[in-house]
Design a protein around this ligand. Sequence first.
Ligand SMILES: Nc1nc2c(c(=O)[nH]1)N[C@H]1C(S)=C(S)[C@@H](COP(=O)(O)O)O[C@H]1N2
Ligand SMILES: [Mo]
Length: 158
Amino acid sequence: MRFPVAAFAVALLAVTPALAQELKVQTSTGTKAVTAAEIAKLPRLSLAVQWHGQSATYEGPLLSDILNLAGGVPLGEALRGAALANVVIADASDGYRIALALAEVDPAMSTRRVIVADRKDGQPLPAAEAPFRLVVEGDKRPARSARNLISIKVAPAN
Ligand SMILES: Nc1nc2c(c(=O)[nH]1)N[C@H]1C(S)=C(S)[C@@H](COP(=O)(O)O)O[C@H]1N2
Ligand SMILES: [Mo]
């Protein structure tokens, strides 16, 4: 009996990322669980990266489009005055956490493109990076490109 139980546990672990494919997005209007299906419907772009001498291409929607889905995030013309002190905090399943200024992720403000990748090199994200990976264009080191992204929060820096 031991082997079948172990095999079942391994199979369950293997499918868990697929089941958990949603992103918690917390904004001034509340918390929304954005599903992988909603994310798949957004316009997509590809970012080619050269990290530690390795090339890869990540694909997914702009983080700003996901923030617009969640609502309550001042972007575009609304991103002015006190709103410019908002930060985006991204949390990963291993406890890793990074921050960006909201202005950095607004395509109306910044040339830096920030995507929530769900594919890499034409394949679903590998388990080591799933369910989503933040890909922050323009950083010299990929330290803010958080793997295993599970939650995003937009709030005033304070
Ligand atoms: N969740 C998570 N994401 C992370 C990290 C981490 O420790 N945990 N390390 C960061 C750092 S410091 C780097 S250099 C890159 C390394 O990315 P790679 O493992 O795909 O080469 O991941 C970034 N994203
Ligand atoms: Mo790093």
